[in-house]
Design a protein. Structure first.
Length: 637
């Protein structure tokens, strides 16, 4: 066994024992060092760069490491094997996805205006939001020799009489606490209850003056990141919210890599642990601490995620999803006890999982469609969710059709050498001077924040600007020379957005021809899916009255640039709108309203799912869209 020490940027060193020939990326995982590896650790993405400070490693040569960098000790962790003791420096950019727990919301009402506005919109569509969870203060008669009624029956009868309930449930967790809480407080207690449709459940018993009220957590489990809001279920107030990197990212940027990983010995358990113990539970602890709420007050959770993510979250075998005929274990499932999947909450808490539509159109899209209210509108609406997978829904109150395309992780920073998710340090807007080729950048974070990489919205901008300025051609190849355009030994070009002296990582931030090619494939997948879906319905783009774009690619994309490069159809720009995290919004609605959750069931059951891979002509559409803007330029004039 050899001793491997990881020196972390801004953190304590971590040392772990490794077996001879063990993969360095696997060693890092065993040490709890979450090095980013969107490609699944096969050496393609170049994001798991580490520096060998001391000792030796057996390493393959990589095109992502220049000769001078290799001489300085830079290596890709995924293609290195341990052959002795070693000290490894892990730079900040290698853990950027995992370390980016950031408060996306604060405890001010205006910061939740998007969710509040969505709730108002659904109320107008006829969705009710009754307050099913309540805090009840109770004074019971103490037992006597003449009144020997058991404690649970004494409490149940009181609740039956007060609420005229058809059923009162006192779970075992509450029953265990009940005798002591009653007697220590002279039979004066406070209960956290849920009362809906005649059924009443007691979630917690406390002293009558104790602090506490029933809470819930709405969660969006994305392939790249996880977002959540903490809600006071009694008063409908949002208390806190955060987003964090999905720690499964180290097992691959896309769902296929993760499904494959889940089939390996211990893989399913490792992936469930990554999303539950390493992502969701820290989020829950964080938002509860911020709102000064005990975790035990969480009585209900709502989860929206794609089909693969909710299988891996629940620990369900997911391999059939990726193989023809692409059949998942479930589309719908009854609420799951939180304790069964290891989520920290009240012992009686249940988790609602928003229903899936197809193998590659999941509950995140069902939740998003709920949030848009397109199911209640006569307007022909195109809903586009831009993420690691591209999912589309077309329709209105009469019908809806959905499909998914393999856009890849480019929109969230994967497959792009200097790409990253929309976190502090990400370049999210770009303008380029057509004469000097000098860029003007906007960077997420506080004023003076040095850039660390480029996120999806910035990527759309820079590709559009490079094409508009004549710096690249329709194939994404560099056709102008200048100080900002540099070429490697094989003549491949790259555009320098930020030089190393001005970047947070001390390395140039750039976009290569390979990056641009990956992006063109991603945008081509979106546009060809739109065209194929319209064609299958014998419709043209002119039928579209509204386009709603969602996805975690920044605060919002420049729609004009997205159209200009051929990612979205060329229709009047005023028809476009950005909804933000529609999956979280829909998850929140399902959490606070049983009627909203019931509506997601109706949406999923009634939506037609189009499997693009079996549609004749789809591949021809895709190939035609893999140019800027398209091989048929009349579509964008």
């Amino acid at each position: 066994m050899f001793k491997i020490t990881f020196k972390l940027s801004g953190g304590e060193d971590r040392t772990v024992l490794a077996a001879p020939a063990q993969n360095l990326l696997d060693v890092a995982r065993s040490a709890g060092v979450s090095i980013d590896a969107p490609c699944g650790g096969v050496g393609n993405c170049g994001k798991c760069r580490v520096k060998l400070v001391q000792g030796e490693l057996e390493c393959e040569k990589s095109r992502h490491i220049a000769d001078e960098e290799y001489a300085e000790g830079w290596r890709l962790a995924c293609i290195c094997k341990v052959i002795g003791d070693a000290v490894i420096e892990v730079p900040a950019e290698a853990t950027a996805y995992q370390d980016s727990l950031s408060s996306d919301f604060t405890a001010r009402e205006r910061d939740f205006s998007g969710l509040v506005e969505t709730q108002k919109k659904l109320s107008e569509a006829g969705i009710g939001f009754p307050k099913a969870f309540k805090t009840v203060r109770i004074e019971l008669k103490e037992p006597t020799l003449d009144d020997t009624m058991p404690d649970n029956e004494r409490l149940s009868r009181y609740l039956y009489d007060k609420y005229k309930a058809d059923y009162v449930g006192i779970p075992f967790y509450v029953l265990k606490k009940l005798p002591e809480v009653l007697r220590e407080n002279n039979f004066r207690i406070k209960c956290l209850i849920e009362f809906t449709r005649g059924r009443l459940t007691v979630y917690e018993v406390l002293p009558i003056d104790a602090e506490g009220f029933p809470c819930g957590v709405a969660i969006d489990i994305g392939t790249t990141s996880v977002s959540a809001v903490l809600v006071d279920l009694e008063h409908g107030k949002i208390l806190s919210g955060v987003s964090a990197a999905n720690q499964q990212i180290r097992y691959g940027a896309d769902v296929i890599h993760r499904i494959v990983e889940s089939t390996r010995p211990g893989g399913r358990e490792a992936l469930q642990k990554a999303v539950v113990e390493e992502t969701i539970n820290p989020i829950i602890r964080h938002i509860c601490k911020e709102a000064n709420v005990p975790v035990s007050a969480i009585c209900r959770l709502s989860v929206a995620s794609n089909t693969t993510m909710n299988h891996l979250f629940a620990g369900v075998y997911a391999d059939p999803i990726r193989m023809e005929p692409y059949v998942p274990a479930f589309f719908e499932t009854r609420p799951i006890p939180a304790v069964m999947v290891g989520v920290e909450a009240n012992n009686n808490a249940r988790i609602i999982i928003t229903p899936n539509i197809g193998s590659y159109v999941g509950g995140d899209i069902t939740a998003g469609v709920l949030a848009t209210a397109m199911w209640n509108s006569p307007e022909m609406t195109l809903f586009v969710d831009l993420g690691t997978n591209g999912e589309l829904v077309l329709g209105n109150s009469d019908f809806m059709m959905s499909c998914a395309c393999s856009a890849g992780p480019a929109f969230e920073g994967g497959d792009i050498i200097c790409g990253m998710r929309a976190a502090n340090g990400a370049i999210d807007e770009v303008k380029i001077d057509s004469e000097t080729m000098e860029p003007t950048l906007s960077v997420i974070g506080e004023q003076g924040q040095k850039p660390l990489g480029i996120c999806g919205s910035g990527l759309i901008d820079v590709v559009s600007e490079l094409y508009s300025c004549g710096i690249i051609n329709s194939r994404g190849q560099f056709i102008r020379e200048g100080e900002r355009v540099r070429r490697d030994s094989e003549g491949r070009g790259r555009y320098i957005l930020v030089d190393k002296e001005n970047s947070a990582s001390g390395r140039d931030i750039f976009l290569t021809e390979v990056d641009i090619d990956n992006f063109i494939r991603a945008k081509g997948a979106i546009f060809s899916a739109i065209r194929t879906m319209l064609s299958s319905l014998s419709m043209d783009v002119d039928i579209i009255e509204r386009v709603i774009v969602a996805g975690g690619i920044g605060s919002g994309i420049n729609m004009e640039n997205a159209v200009k490069i051929g990612m979205l159809p060329n229709i009047p720009i005023e028809k476009y709108g950005y909804i933000g995290n529609s999956s979280l919004a829909g998850s929140f609605m399902s959490l606070v309203s049983r009627e909203a959750y019931d509506q997601t069931l109706e949406i999923a059951r009634n939506m037609t799912y189009l499997e693009l891979s079996v549609i004749p002509g789809y591949m021809e559409e895709f190939v035609a869209a893999c140019f800027i803007p398209h091989t048929d330029e009349t579509l964008f004039t």
